[in-house]
Each structure stands twice: as C-alpha cells, then as structure tokens.
Design a protein around this ligand. Structure first.
Ligand code: SAM
Ligand code: DTB
Ligand code: SF4
Length: 331
C-alpha cells in the first residue's frame, strides 16, 4: 500500500443544518435506563459501522515529561512530581522502529505524542520527518503536540498527517478546575486550524475527574456540536497517577464510563469512538459493554504515553472472545 491509498476514513461532512445538541438533551441521554441507552447506541452504531470491527491505534511518546502546562490529570506536567523522567525528543529511527513493530502487531494507526504546550520551529522539522516516514510504511498517522498555529497545521498537512489529536478534555464549566495555563478557547482555535488545513480531527476528553453529570454532558455536547464533529473521539477514563492533583479522585462507576461511550456514539454517529486510557483498570466485561455501547477503536500496545495499557496478547484474546476483528485485517 502506498501513501496515496491510506484514506481509510472519509471525513465527516460539514452539515448545512447541523443537529445542535443542548446540554440538557445530552444529559437526558445519560439519564436513560441503561438498557434503553445501550439499545439506542447499538442502533446508531449498526447503521454506520460493522459492530464487530475495531480500529487499533498505537501510541508513542516522542517527547516525554517536563511540560510547561499544569493539566491536573497529567503525569508529564512540570508542575507535578510524579517520577516521570524528562526525555528529549526521540530520534527518527527509533520512531520508525516503533511504528514498524506496531504495524507488525496489527495496528493501523500510529499516534505520536509530545509533552509540549506547543511545538517550536525546530520540533516541527523533526515531527514532519517522522510523519512522512510513518506514512511511508502505509499506516495512518496521528500526532498530538499541543497547540498549533496556521503555519504548523499547514506543515503537518503537507507532511501527510491524517489526524491531529487535541482533546477538549472536559466541559467549559469544569475546565478551569483542572487546567489554568491555557484556556478552552485556545483548544477550540487549534481544532479549527486543524480542520481548516484539511486534516481529520481527533478530539475527546477524560471522565472521572470529579465532573458532575451536567459537566460530563457538556463535554459531549461541545464535541458533538462542532461542525463537522471529530472523526475520532477518544474517551479516556482518568488514570490516577501519584503526584498529580487528581491522584486521589474517587473512582468513576464503570457503568458511567460505558454510558459516556454510548452517549458519544448516539451524538456522533459516524465517528470512531475510542475506548481510550484506563483500560488496564477495566474488566473484560466492562470493555465488552463499551463495545456494545458503540466503541469501535482502542489504543493498542503495552504503553499509552507514560502509563500502561493491556498487553497485546490480552487484547487479541479479548477481541477473539468477542468475535471482533481489527479494522486492518479487512483491508
Ligand atoms: N501535550 C499535548 C496536549 O496536551 O494536547 C499532547 C499530549 S497530552 C498527554 C494528550 C491527552 O492525554 C490529554 O489531552 C488528556 O486527554 C490525555 N491524558 C493525559 N493524562 C491522562 C490521564 N492521567 N488519564 C487520562 N487521560 C490522560
Ligand atoms: C488521548 O485521548 N489519550 C491518549 C492520547 N489521546 C494521546 C493519551 C492518554 C495518556 C494517559 C496517561 C499517560 O500514559 O501518560
Ligand atoms: Fe502537557 Fe499535554 Fe500533559 Fe497538559 S496534557 S501537561 S499539555 S503533556
């Protein structure tokens, strides 16, 4: 496969009359009886996707730790003492080796993450080379590098970047409780630039940070009301890392995580909804419920950025048990 044939997913079309989701409407979905919610999510899912197919993204931290932002959940923030070692940017050959290994293991998308508020000009030159090299392997490419300006989105587009990940993380109302060093509008601006440059948008958030139901609904409404809404929507369950301000946050009821997946599926019918961080702490049964609720993508590989993820063998066994198959196997 060459780089011209990678367009696996058509972009979500901009709609002239987008359905606008009120926060109250989204909250009403969250409050549905569990069986009714999952039934609706299943109907929407089956209308747009093969429900047994799952897309596999592998993450690689290309620059770890020492970040100048104060995101309360993040082990890589320089504001928190978490024991994560600061590492300078990986060399190109290390990235290519990791991408080849991910492809060999069955991943179809490779996502490069960096602990930056925003990339510098020199950083961009390295990242552009990485994107070209990974795309040259025939994988879909994704990067998450922080805020971007117009020139940077153009550089990434030219390099062949398929997706840019930049999460809204939570609702506008709860955001200030978690992050103080940049505001919500900065995130929306970056996403707008990514869209304008013609790349697919990957944007989602984290649940279990102490947000109330209205605020959880507020995050989903923000994402669903983007026109068009993101092609990829990662739903992360907070990974509680010692040394971060959210380390002692009470556990989210796993069924509320499943509900969040279902509501994302109903409100963003054609998006890849990714069951993202937090899977190491989830039983097979809860993950199966997430797939039933409309999740059709996971992070695949033993490591997220700095924290663990299920072993490849365990994920393969889980997918087999459920009769599910990776997206890449069908192409
Ligand atoms: N620095 C860039 C940025 O913030 O956009 C890219 C990397 S950052 C680690 C990407 C995303 O990882 C965050 O927006 C957040 O949603 C997620 N994340 C970070 N720490 C997490 C944690 N402890 N639990 C769940 N998700 C987390
Ligand atoms: C996303 O939504 N989740 C990923 C990816 N996009 C970059 C990151 C999860 C990070 C979990 C904590 C860590 O491993 O450092
Ligand atoms: Fe930095 Fe991203 Fe972590 Fe925030 S989430 S501290 S921007 S690496």
């Amino acid at each position: 496969m060459n780089s011209q044939t990678i367009a696996f997913h058509p972009p979500v079309k901009k709609s002239d009359m987008p359905q606008r989701w009120g926060v109250n409407e989204v909250e009403a979905l969250f409050r549905l009886p569990f069986a009714d919610l999952l039934y609706r999510a299943q109907q929407v899912h089956r209308e747009h996707f093969d429900p047994n197919q799952v897309q596999l993204s592998t993450l690689l931290s290309i620059k770890t730790g020492g970040c100048s932002e104060d995101c309360g959940y993040c082990p890589q923030s320089a504001f928190h003492s978490t024991g994560v070692e600061d590492r300078k940017m990986l060399a190109l050959d290390a990235v290519v080796t990791a991408a080849k290994a991910a492809q060999q293991a069955g991943a179809d998308r490779f996502c490069m993450g960096a602990a930056w508020r925003e990339p510098s000009e020199a950083d961009m030159l390295s990242v552009v080379d990485m994107v070209k090299a990974v795309r040259g392997l025939g994988m879909e490419t994704c990067a998450t590098l922080g805020m971007l300006n117009d020139e940077q989105t153009e550089q990434l587009k030219q390099a062949g970047l398929d997706y840019y990940n930049h999460n809204l993380d939570t609702s506008p109302e709860f955001y200030g409780d978690v992050i103080s060093t940049r505001d919500y509008q900065d995130r929306l601006d970056t996403l707008e630039r990514v869209r304008k440059a013609g790349m697919h948008v990957c944007s989602g958030g984290i649940v279990g940070m102490g947000e109330d139901l209205t605020q959880r609904a507020g995050l989903v409404a923000q994402l669903a009301n983007m026109n068009p809404y993101p092609e990829s929507v990662p739903i992360n369950n907070l990974v509680k890392v010692e040394g971060t301000p959210l380390a002692d946050q009470a556990d989210l009821d796993p069924l509320d995580f499943v509900r969040t997946i279902a509501v994302a599926r109903i409100t963003m019918p054609t998006a890849r909804v990714r069951l993202s961080a937090g899977r190491s702490q989830m039983s097979d049964a809860i993950q199966a419920l997430c797939f039933l609720a409309g999740a059709n993508s996971i992070f695949y590989g033993e490591q997220l950025l700095t924290t663990g993820n299920p072993e490849v063998e365990r994920d393969r066994a889980l997918l087999d048990k459920l009769g599910m198959y990776p997206f890449a196997d069908k192409h």
